[in-house]
Design a protein around this ligand. Structure first.
Ligand SMILES: Cc1cc2nc3c(=O)[nH]c(=O)nc-3n(C[C@H](O)[C@H](O)[C@H](O)COP(=O)(O)OP(=O)(O)OC[C@H]3O[C@@H](n4cnc5c(N)ncnc54)[C@H](O)[C@@H]3O)c2cc1C
Length: 448
């Protein structure tokens, strides 16, 4: 039985709604900091659904602090050393090696359901009170507590984190009005399947027969990214394309290969082979929705309810940051609550918003800039300088440890909040490597 590092009990009780990456991470981080957690999830069984997800080095630090989780994930995750870019016609353009940002932290790319399952089991092993099959229908707060109604039962705590994703019901109490997700004008076809067929095809076998590979084909208003995983044994691809379909409450549908191929007329034969080898029952047509940036993440009434993860800030997949940023939220909140203490929970919740607000919105914007960099590529310029296609690996975003950063700024932020000073702009992280070791060893000294 592994033992888990945990600060002494803070007496702070937290209810978290939603067991996606935001909710699970917040639950684990609150447990690490000594707060007591009830995590409510509406589905009664967590199944390993989904396909590829990428966690960048900024969330790699978070996984690494969870005893045993990275070791468990290691055989399941993608292990290529770079991304090969092709023009849509199939002509090779450039390779982006990941070498230089290895020093920034571990990247974890793999099957969303498998990674989620490992994190869920870690939360269970820590003894966190996770209650499945609990649908939250209402949020409330008073000066002294906050709570929810779940399956008709009233539950209270010192604060509530609404982590129910892009359809969040918690947004109503936090914003004071109801807003709906909007179509982004883009959609993705996405899939994950066994690579047996691809291994037999002359055109595709190099993608799966020599370990993991990562490739991207870029065209006007579309891009097709493909990755092999588990030493090439499994395969995933995602096609991002324009889509004007009106969305209502549902935006995920079974995909049709004929629709995908219609989107790829004239594209490289290898891309057609990848689509043709896909079992149709594993193909998903997923409309991308977004919401305008929120004016705030915390309830104005008593400041005890916080939105976290996609509930606060939905991400486009092209930022490759949605899940990482969701995790940074929970890390930050656990620390701001630790530092503000049981007697002043709303102060801690407000400090979370102050620390996260600017950074997360800057990160959100990268989803649009990366998409436009590829979809509006000027090929005359790219053939002269193929590196223009490379993903921007920005230090301010990726060479960043949310725990270290929160400990660095929290005291100053709390002081400014006490003095009613504006703190948002002051805490945008600068691209430094931080005094990570110093802060970590300080924290380790406090662990029991
Ligand atoms: C196609 C696509 C690809 C992506 N790829 C990446 C990627 O590579 N890297 C990356 O970092 N991000 C990626 N993202 C974004 C990332 O998936 C999200 O930002 C992240 O998963 C959000 O996590 P969350 O916990 O906030 O929300 P969710 O994962 O949506 O979890 C919300 C949870 O709340 C539960 N819930 C909802 N309502 C209630 C209720 N009333 N009561 C109780 N429980 C409730 C739900 O059942 C669910 O379990 C991608 C997104 C898309 C759409």
């Amino acid at each position: 039985m592994p033992s888990f590092a945990r600060l002494p009990a803070s007496g702070i009780k937290v209810i978290i709604v939603g067991a996606g990456f935001a909710g699970l991470c917040a639950a684990i981080e609150c447990d690490r900091k000594g707060h007591s957690v009830i995590l409510l999830e509406k589905v009664s069984e967590l199944k390993p659904l989904g396909d590829i997800i990428s966690f960048s080095s900024n969330s790699g630090h978070i996984f690494e602090r969870w005893e045993g989780v990275v070791d468990e994930l290691e055989p399941l995750i993608h292990h290529s050393s770079g991304l090969d870019f092709y023009e849509w016609s199939g002509k090779f353009c450039t390779r982006q090696e990941w070498d230089y940002d290895k020093t920034w932290g571990r990247r974890i790319n793999g099957h969303r359901g498998e990674i989620h399952d490992a994190v869920y089991r870690h939360a269970k092993a820590r003894g966190i009170d996770i209650r499945l099959g609990q649908s939250v229908s209402e949020y409330f707060e008073t000066e002294s507590e906050a709570g929810v109604i779940a399956n008709g039962e009233k539950l209270t705590a010192d604060c509530v984190f609404a982590a129910e994703g892009v359809k969040s019901a918690g947004r109503k109490i936090v914003l004071g009005y109801e807003d709906k997700p909007r179509a982004s004008g883009y959609a993705v076809y996405r899939t994950w399947f066994s690579s047996e067929e691809l291994a037999k095809n002359e055109r595709t076998k190099h993608l799966v027969n020599n370990g993991d590979t990562h490739s991207g084909w870029i065209g006007e208003d579309k891009h097709f990214l493909a990755a092999s995983i588990k030493d090439g044994k499994e395969f995933s691809w995602v096609l991002t394309h324009k889509d004007d379909a009106d969305i209502d409450e549902d935006w995920q549908f079974p995909g049709k290969k004929s629709d995908v191929l219609a989107n790829l007329k004239g594209w490289a034969p290898i891309v057609h082979d990848l689509v043709n080898a896909t079992p149709e029952d594993r193909l998903v047509d997923y409309k991308l929705v977004f919401r305008d940036p929120l004016p705030h993440f915390v309830s104005k009434g008593h400041g005890r309810i916080a939105l976290i993860g996609d509930a606060a800030h939905p991400f486009l997949p092209t930022s490759i940051q949605g899940a990482s940023q969701s995790m940074e939220d929970g890390v930050t909140l656990a620390i701001t609550l630790q530092k503000s203490g049981k007697a002043n929970v709303p102060r801690g919740v407000r400090a979370y918003e102050a620390i996260r607000y600017e950074r997360v919105h800057r990160a959100q914007m990268t989803g649009v800039t990366t998409r436009e960099q590829w979809h509006k590529a000027d090929w005359d310029k790219i053939w002269k300088d193929p590196k223009m296609l490379h993903l921007k690996r920005e230090a301010w975003l990726l060479n960043f440890d949310a725990e270290t950063h929160a400990y660095e700024v929290v005291d100053e932020v709390l002081k400014k909040l006490d003095n009613d000073e504006v703190v948002k702009e002051d805490v945008i992280p600068k691209p430094t490597s931080h005094g990570i070791q110093a802060v970590l060893s300080q924290e380790l000294d406090q662990l029991v």
